[in-house]
Write a protein that binds this ligand. Structure first.
Ligand SMILES: [Zn+2]
Length: 113
């Protein structure tokens, strides 16, 4: 499962950040997932406890927010939200090739003790 390796990468990032902070326990992890990142949020929620088991983030709450995909239309010089992965401009119908955001999986913040 793709989400499992993504969560493993998040775990490594989280543990490194907590260590740098001198934290001994991670209680919550906030992530932002782009709507077009190709990530199943449910699978991510499932993968979290699996990869975090046995670490200082064991049992940490996983907060996931979805970042809408945003495209830029050159003819209109405007940005719009790409719904359902469709990048055609709602004003003029041009297919945008410029995806501004919505593809990334980002670590937003951590709560530690
Ligand atoms: Zn347009």
């Amino acid at each position: 499962m793709h989400e499992l390796s993504l969560m493993a990468a998040v775990r490594d990032q989280v543990l490194a950040a907590a260590q740098a902070d001198g934290a001994c326990r991670i209680t919550a992890i906030s992530l932002r997932v782009g709507a077009l990142a190709g990530v199943e949020v449910d699978a991510l929620r499932f993968a979290g406890p699996v990869v975090l088991a046995g670490t200082i983030a064991d049992g940490a709450a996983l907060r996931i927010e979805i970042e809408p995909a945003t495209c830029h239309c050159a003819p209109c010089d405007a940005s719009f939200e790409a719904r359902d992965g469709c990048c055609d401009c709602p004003r003029c119908g041009t297919i945008s090739r410029q995806l501004l955001c919505g593809r990334a999986l980002q670590l937003l913040s951590l709560e530690v003790e």
